[in-house]
Write a new protein. Structure first.
Length: 768
């Protein structure tokens, strides 16, 4: 990408392959983990498409697609549509059934283009001949469409996506103005059309805001260089038009520009300077329904910041703007769309969702309040508690389908909760200090309830000052609190006794596997503490001098696992002698793991964050950590904690709460249909090869829903054909093909399948 030095691209590219080589991916049941809090969902939404005032859809991070047909009262939410984990930046429908979604991840040069023919119920990936991330898609009819994205890429199809003409925007401009003109285009953010022939593309480049116009349905583009003020390192993010003459655009640096003559001339405003308001630096979207009335939404920082958002409205064509103030202090607003002058929606960061029916004078929040949740504990499959920032305590009596706020104190932060039974629960935490605000008065860090959370009481006492990061009970009487000190109760928490031990750091997790034997971790360091006498005495065990313990879990007195960093690399290590010695398992090297749980010696889960793909990650092993499989988690932030009732029912925490009732999903495709005693797959699919990485052979599986000519080929990373594995007509069914790479050198390869209109590609890694 031209916005970044080339060597940075190769660093990211190389890092991805090193990571991929140790991270075994497999297709999982997309229904394995389901969103519970906040409703309807909590991933960032980037684009909206409105069919009517009541029917609309939206796309966002982690392959999120959500749709409503009742004006936002209820939503059908899907994640990983088309089996993608990439962020979706744009959605556009030709009619109620046929639509497109585009996205990708810019710093690893990954993209995805998806197509639906059933109103978004199912999506199929469409192959394009570029790796550059795609940021906007628009189809003028069922055949002709334009996709734009990173590095000025422009894709055009006239046959419904079967074939694509691929160019860079500077090629179009050079053809128009002569090849001596130098243009450096960073990325194109938006493509839209006023009719089949007339369209606009906007974006960012070295010469400032980038505007391009076509009058021949995208066959050629002309650069607009008549903006009143040009700036370096600026971007235009969104465009809105009324008829063919009135065009409005917004971007960063507080920019708002408009044209009333179809783009022949432009009027420029810097609203940040005009209103002397620094928070008007980033305008991400706008919507005009007539030449006078329009709205702008944005944020106080870049898209990835967690600062607040803002909404501006004009009734005089943008000469003057008034700020409207719903509670947008906890996220950026990234897209606004109106169907008519009165009915509109705004969506944005962390699933922010607002609706208006009165021309934007008031905005009704449709996404429930979202606060970072740090711990969940269930007394049984139905009754549980969740705690987190701002002193939030929530209770559920239906397994997490609905959560009810029981306690809230913005001066507190709760780190841990333990449910003893349906009436008794304990919460541990500390004070929450905010930059720029006076320090709050100290409050007891431990709360408890004896009536199911109807009342929460503070546990007083000098020894309860400071903060506690973990609370757990071995039974209804015996419990532990850890923080700057270690406390023990044997009378249901009526009294707590301090364990006399000179701990060298703040204490974190406590786990007992029987009445006598337990372990305790520091918040940082390479050491665990172990007790064999019910916690009376604790002995330090150095896990490894080069290992930093982030979390641990013991299955029994001998077998345990720990996750952290070994020699500055992510590692999962194992002990079979009660913690005396440790050795690495087969370790996936991703961004970082935060939490670990094992059901038995063989079956366990890890949760964390995948830096290359910028998503949460949950992986599962069934062989004691030798191999790991991805599970499709709908969270899009670090998985920081688990709560397992058994091997099937569990909750995971990140930028929300998700639940599984089948252990996170099975490593297989969906259950097939059966016709005349033959397996008939429910959808066309190309599955990830197994094993992967492999040496020297691997198996590729795919499914065909109807009789088709199937072509399955393997390419190297330069796009050169290596071998054709399948090239024949096949009946509906599931197929396995063995690929022997004995004669090939180690490296990454791509296998691609075409069957009728279905196309899909995946990567495989040969390591010799």
């Amino acid at each position: 990408m031209k916005a970044n030095p080339p060597f940075l691209k190769w660093i990211f590219f190389l890092s991805f392959f090193l990571i991929f080589s140790f991270h075994l991916k497999a297709q999982t049941d997309e229904n394995g983990w389901q969103w519970q809090y906040p409703k309807p969902q909590g991933n960032t939404i980037h684009d909206i498409f409105m069919f009517s005032k009541d029917t609309l859809c939206a796309v966002g991070d982690l392959g999120t697609f959500m749709k409503t047909t009742d004006g936002g009262k209820s939503w059908d939410v899907k994640h990983h549509i088309g089996n993608t984990s990439y962020n979706l930046e744009s959605v556009h429908f030709v009619d109620r059934n046929n639509g497109w979604a585009a996205g990708g991840i810019w710093f690893t040069e990954k993209n995805v283009l998806l197509k639906t023919t059933d109103a978004g119920d199912s999506w199929t990936e469409v192959s394009v001949n570029t790796k550059l991330p795609l940021l906007s898609v628009y189809f003028v009819d069922s055949d002709t469409g334009i996709v734009v994205g990173e590095d000025g890429i422009v894709l055009r199809t006239t046959d419904g996506g079967k074939n694509w003409d691929t160019k860079k925007m500077d090629v179009y401009i050079s053809q128009d103005r002569g090849r001596d003109l130098f243009l450096d285009i960073f990325r194109l953010y938006r493509v839209t059309f006023t009719d089949k022939n007339n369209g606009w593309v906007i974006g960012a480049g070295y010469y400032g805001d980038q505007i391009y116009r076509t009058t021949d349905c995208g066959k050629s583009w002309k650069w607009t260089d008549s903006i009143a003020e040009k700036r370096i390192w600026s971007s235009l993010y969104d465009v809105s038009f009324v008829g063919k003459k009135n065009v409005f655009m917004v971007g960063d640096q507080g920019v708002f520009i408009k044209s009333s003559d179809g783009g022949l001339s432009w009027k420029y405003q810097n609203l940040s300077e005009k209103y002397k308001n620094e928070k008007y630096q980033y305008f991400y979207s706008l919507s005009f329904k007539d030449s006078l009335t329009g709205w702008i939404v944005g944020g106080n920082g870049t898209i990835n910041d967690s600062w607040g958002g803002h909404i501006l409205k004009t009734t005089d064509g943008g000469e003057n703007w008034t700020e409207i103030n719903p509670d947008t202090s906890y996220g950026q607003l990234l897209r606004v769309r109106f169907f008519d002058k009165n009915n509109g929606f705004i969506m944005g960061q962390s699933g922010l969702l607002f609706k208006t029916t009165d021309a934007g004078q008031s905005w009704n929040p449709l996404r429930k309040e979202a606060i970072t949740i740090r711990s969940v504990s269930f007394a049984d499959e139905n009754i549980g508690w969740a705690v987190g920032d701002s002193g939030l305590i929530m209770n559920t009596t239906d397994g997490g389908s609905t959560w009810v706020k029981q306690y809230y104190d913005r001066d507190r932060r709760f780190y841990s909760v333990h449910a003893i039974d349906k009436n008794n629960a304990w919460v541990a935490g500390g004070m929450l200090y905010r930059a720029g605000e006076p320090d709050p008065a100290p409050k007891p860090p431990v709360l408890y309830t004896t009536d199911g959370g109807q009342h929460w009481l503070s546990k007083e006492g000098d020894f309860l000052s400071g903060a506690f990061f973990y609370v757990t009970f071995q039974n209804d009487s015996l419990g532990w609190l850890s923080g700057k000190v270690l406390l023990k109760t044997t009378d249901k928490g009526q009294t707590w006794k301090k364990i006399p031990f000179d701990f060298k750091s703040v204490l974190n997790k406590v786990q007992f596997i029987n009445d006598s034997t337990g372990w305790l971790s520091y918040s940082t360091g390479n050491t665990l503490l172990k007790t064999r006498d019910k916690g009376v005495t604790w002995k330090e065990q150095v896990v490894d001098s080069n290992f930093t313990v982030r979390s641990f879990f013991f299955v029994n007195e001998e077998v345990g696992y720990s996750v952290g960093q070994l020699n500055w690399k992510e590692a999962i290590i194992k002990t079979t002698d009660g913690g005396k010695s440790w050795f690495p398992t087969n370790k996936p090297l991703i961004g970082g793991y935060s939490t670990i749980y094992f059901l038995n010696e063989k079956t366990g889960w890890l949760g964390g964050f995948d830096i290359p793909d910028q998503k949460s990650v949950i992986i599962k092993t069934t062989d004691g950590g030798n191999t790991w499989f991805d599970q499709n988690c709908p969270l899009n932030d670090e998985v920081i904690n688990f709560c397992f009732l058994n091997g099937s029912t569990a909750w995971a925490l990140g930028n929300g709460i998700v639940k599984t009732t089948n252990g996170g999903g099975v490593v297989s495709v969906e259950e097939p249909n059966v016709r005349n005693n033959k397996v008939i797959p429910s959808h066309m699919d190309l599955m990830q090869n197994y094993p992967n990485p492999f040496n020297p052979a691997t198996t590729i599986r795919y499914s065909v829903t109807n009789k088709s000519h199937v072509k399955l080929m393997v390419y190297d990373m330069l796009g050169r054909e290596i071998i054709t594995l399948v090239n024949k007509e096949q009946n509906a069914g599931e197929y396995n093909v063995r690929f022997d790479a004995s004669s090939l050198p180690s490296g990454m390869y791509i296998y691609s399948m075409q069957a009728g209109e279905f196309r899909a590609s995946k990567k495989l890694l040969l390591i010799k």
